[in-house]
Ligand binder design. Structure first.
Ligand SMILES: [Zn+2]
Length: 262
């Protein structure tokens, strides 16, 4: 039997067409970002809500699963910038003195690494012979979120027809070699920022996760719907179908004139 074909989309940083931003799209995004789902499922749901098309393919169930981890992180950053802007502040606790402090982030200049020449497939010399693996994608992330284990990584990314049983036979050296090779071949955006704490001067490396700070909360959209419904008598579907920018303008106008009429 020959190797299976890789699932991972062969474009490291695919083009993507965002949906027209309405309250409905924003609400889907907000609910996904603030849900209790495992992180990979949250990212998939956010990307499904945000983009009509990725890599020239219309959005459909499972499309975000075949995007390489770096592509997913890249598109998540792009989505975050729609709401957060390019630059802004977020608050993080210092890992040394535990004091919260504000950190400036520039989401437009987060570096991203280039894919390896053979992207999205690599070959690794293992004790069972040379074996091929595809770089981790959304499906891999979901499997590892359930069970963070190098054997799971080898089983899910392995292209051999019996990758699952081979994963059980790999030595620990094999597993480390596979993980290292996949890591090197995976294009990725930098998710860590370094800074020093203004209170204690400690050196900090912080994980930059847009899901933690960049997305609107469902409550804010609900509040806008409430204000517009009370003031203008419009129903919820009408309000949610409006472009976000127009809904926000109306909500601000109502707020600045003293809230809804009674
Ligand atoms: Zn500190």
């Amino acid at each position: 039997m020959s190797d299976r074909a890789p699932h991972t989309l062969a474009v490291a940083y695919p083009s993507a067409v965002p949906r027209r931003m309405t309250g409905m799209v924003e609400l889907d995004l907000a609910e996904a970002a603030h849900s209790r789902l495992p992180r990979p499922s949250k990212v998939s749901a956010v990307l499904e809500a945000m983009f009509a098309e990725v890599g020239g393919v219309a959005m459909r169930a499972g499309l975000t699963d075949v995007l390489a981890t770096g592509a997913r992180a890249w598109l998540l950053l792009r989505t975050a910038r729609v709401f957060f802007g390019n630059q802004g502040w977020f608050t993080a606790p210092c890992g040394v003195c535990q004091q919260p402090f504000d950190l400036s982030v520039d989401l437009a200049s987060v570096p991203k690494s280039a894919p390896g020449a053979a992207f999205p497939v690599i070959t690794v010399k293992t004790s069972l012979g040379p074996r091929r693996f595809e770089v981790p994608n959304g499906r891999t992330e979901a499997a590892l979120a359930q069970q963070a284990d190098l054997r799971v990584l080898a089983a899910v990314t392995g292209l051999a027809p019996d990758a699952g049983s081979e994963a059980d036979q790999f030595t620990s050296e094999d597993l480390i070699a596979i993980e290292t090779a996949l890591d090197d071949a995976t294009p990725d955006v930098a998710e860590e920022i370094t800074s020093s704490c203004p209170a204690c001067g400690g050196d900090l490396a912080l994980r930059l996760d847009p899901l933690d700070f960049a997305f609107p909360k469902p409550e804010r959209i609900d509040r806008d719907v409430y204000l517009l419904a009370r003031t203008y008598g419009w129903d919820e579907p009408t309000i949610l179908a409006m472009p976000t920018s127009r809904r926000r303008r109306h909500a601000q106008m109502i707020a600045s004139t003293g809230g809804p009429k009674r």
